[in-house]
Design a protein around this ligand. Structure first.
Ligand code: FAD
Length: 448
C-alpha cells in the first residue's frame, strides 16, 4: 500500500537570524538538483536533524546519508534561539522550572548531559571558539520577591537532586550585570552557552564523510512504498530505505501528530554594538546569561562577538496554529523588549536594537517529545518543548540509534516516552492558550 504525506506548508522565518548575520557570509548553498538514492534521508537541519546525521555516520560510516533542509543552515530556529544548552529540568509550563518528580528529573539531567557531551565533541572538532561554545553556566535571575521565591523553591528542588547551585544576592547581581534591577540570582554551572548559529554551522561541517547536506531543498511530499521512501524535493527525488523526520512542529505540516502539537513563537531583540561610553556606563562583567526566575519573564544575555559587545532580550510566547506570525505580533513583542530593556538599563538610553526576530517552537500538552518509529522506516525526532538546544540534540541522536538498531543511552532513555496527548478542541486550545500566556506574562510583572 502506498502512503503519501504532502507538506501543507513550509517554514517561514520572521525577521533576520541575528546570530547568523553576525558571522561571515556562509558559502553558497548546495541544493538538491538531481535524483539520488541513499540509505537514510534526514529532513531538517536543526539540532535534531544534524545530530541525527552525525550519529548515523558514527554508527555506520558506510551508510549513505542525505540531509534536506528547506532553508539555509542556521537561518531557522536552531540558529535564532538564545543559545542556552541546559542540563537541568527546565519545565516552561511550571512556575519555577521544576520538572515532574525527582526520578524523572534525574533521568532527564543524565540524558541532557549526554547530549551536551555529544555537542561538545562536535564543537571541538569544528573549531568553535570559547565564546561560541562556552560551558560557563547560567543564572536564573529574579527581579521580584515572587521570582526570588521561585528561585528558592527551584534551589530546594535542585538540592534534593544533589545538584550544585549558588544563590547570588542583589549586590552580586549588580556587580555582574551592571544593573540594580535584580533581587537575586540562582547560578547553576552545567549550562553551555552557544553562539547558536556558529554551533549549527560548525555541526554541519562535521557530519561525516558519508553525509551530504542539501540546503534550500524543501521536502514537499513523502511517499512510502513497501521497502523504501521517496521524498519529493521540487523536481528532484530522493529514494531512501529509511527517513528521519527532524522538522519539529512541521511534522504536523505532513499530517503527523495532527491535533497533538502546540505551535508557539517566541521573540527576541539584539542591540547594536555597545560603544566604549555605553560599556563604561553599564559596567559589570563582559558576558552573562540570565534566564528569568518566572518562565514567562525575559531571558537576557550580554555577549561578546567579533561584531562587538551586545545585549539580547527574549520574551513573549504566542500560540500560532498557522505557524506564521504577522507584523503586529512582531511590533508588539518589540515594544515589550524595549520596555524591559529600558527598565533594566536606564544608563543605556541611547542604545538601539539592531535586530528583531521571532522563531517557532513546538510543545505538547503533556510535555513529551514526538519521537519514535511512526510509520515503517519513518522515525520522528520532533517536538522539543521549547528546549531543543539540548533536547533536539538528544532526540536526533536517539532517532539515529533507533533507525540503525544500535544501542545507546539516548535511545534507551527516549524509547519509553509517552506519546503527545490529543489537544482539547482547537478554538479552546489556541484562544485559551494565548489568553493564559498573556495573563501569566502580566502576572510575572517586572520579570518580563
Ligand atoms: C527566540 C528563541 C529563543 C530560544 N531559546 C532557546 C534556548 O535558549 N534554549 C533552548 O533549548 N531552546 C531555545 N529555543 C528553542 C529552540 O530553538 C528549538 O527548540 C530548537 O531549534 C528545535 O530544534 P529542532 O532541530 O527540533 O527544530 P528546528 O531547529 O526548528 O529545525 C527544524 C528544521 O526543519 C526544517 N524543515 C521544516 N520543514 C521542512 C521541510 N518540509 N523540508 C525540509 N526542511 C524542513 C526547518 O527549516 C528547520 O531548519 C528558542 C527558540 C527561539 C525562537
Amino acid at each position: 500500500m502506498t502512503r503519501l504525506f504532502r507538506a501543507r506548508r513550509l517554514p517561514e522565518q520572521p525577521g533576520p537570524a541575528a546570530w547568523n548575520a553576525l558571522l561571515p557570509p556562509a558559502p553558497a548553498a548546495g541544493r538538491l538538483d538531481q535524483d539520488i538514492t541513499v540509505d537514510i534521508a534526514v529532513i531538517g537541519a536543526g539540532f535534531a536533524g544534524l545530530s541525527a546525521a552525525r550519529r548515523l555516520a558514527q554508527i555506520d560510516p558506510a551508510a549513505r546519508v542525505a540531509v534536506l533542509e528547506a532553508g539555509r543552515v542556521a537561518e531557522g530556529p536552531a540558529g535564532r534561539n538564545s543559545g542556552f544548552m541546559i542540563d537541568l529540568p527546565h519545565d516552561l509550563s511550571s512556575s519555577d522550572y521544576a520538572g515532574q518528580g525527582a526520578d524523572d528529573d534525574a533521568a532527564q539531567i543524565a540524558l541532557n548531559r549526554h547530549a551536551i557531551a555529544f555537542a561538545a565533541q562536535a564543537a571541538q572538532e569544528s573549531g568553535l571558539t570559547p565564546d561560541e561554545f562556552d560551558p560557563c553556566g547560567k543564572i536564573n535571575a529574579a527581579a521580584t520577591e515572587a521570582g526570588h521565591h521561585h528561585n528558592l523553591a527551584y534551589a530546594r528542588h535542585l538540592q534534593r537532586l544533589d545538584e550544585t547551585c549558588t544563590l547570588l544576592d542583589d549586590d552580586r547581581m549588580r556587580d555582574l550585570t551592571g544593573t540594580d534591577y535584580y533581587r537575586s540570582g540562582l547560578f547553576t554551572p552545567g549550562t553551555v552557552m552557544l553562539q547558536p548559529a556558529a554551533y549549527i554551522r560548525g555541526l554541519s561541517q562535521v557530519l561525516g564523510a558519508n553525509v551530504t547536506l542539501y540546503e534550500q531543498s524543501p521536502v514537499d511530499a513523502l511517499t512510502g512504498g513497501s521497502d523504501h521512501w521517496i521524498l519529493q524535493c521540487g523536481p528532484a527525488k530522493v529514494t531512501a530505505a529509511k527517513v528521519i523526520l527532524a522538522t519539529n512542529g512541521h511534522a504536523e505540516s505532513f499530517g503527523f501528530f495532527a491535533g497533538r502539537l502546540i505551535h508557539v513563537f517566541t521573540y527576541a531583540s539584539m542591540t547594536e554594538p555597545l560603544d566604549g561610553n555605553a560599556m563604561e556606563a553599564l559596567g559589570g562583567a563582559g558576558k552573562w546569561a540570565l534566564t528569568p526566575a518566572d518562565p514567562m519573564g525575559s531571558t537576557l544575555r550580554r555577549i561578546s562577538t567579533a561584531q562587538g559587545d551586545r545585549i539580547l532580550i527574549r520574551s513573549r510566547f504566542t500560540c500560532n496554529p498557522s505557524m506564521r506570525v504577522g507584523r503586529g505580533l512582531m511590533a508588539s513583542a518589540g515594544r515589550s523588549h524595549d520596555r524591559g530593556f529600558r527598565a533594566r538599563f536606564p544608563m543605556l538610553d541611547g542604545v538601539a536594537m539592531q535586530y528583531r526576530w521571532a522563531g517557532q517552537l513546538c510543545m505538547s500538552w503533556n510535555g513529551v517529545p514526538a519521537f519514535g518509529e511512526i510509520e515503517d522506516g519513518l522515525y520522528a525526532a520532533c517536538c522539543q518543548n521549547g528546549l531543543g538546544v539540548a533536547k533536539g540534540t538528544l532526540s536526533g541522536i536517539a532517532a539515529a540509534e533507533l533507525a540503525l538498531g544500535a544501542d545507546g543511552m539516548a535511545v534507551e532513555g527516549m524509547s519509553n516516552c509517552a506519546a503527545p496527548r490529543r489537544l482539547p478542541p482547537a478554538v479552546l486550545t489556541w484562544a485559551g492558550a494565548n489568553l493564559l500566556m498573556r495573563w501569566k506574562e502580566w502576572r510575572s510583572g517586572r520579570e518580563c
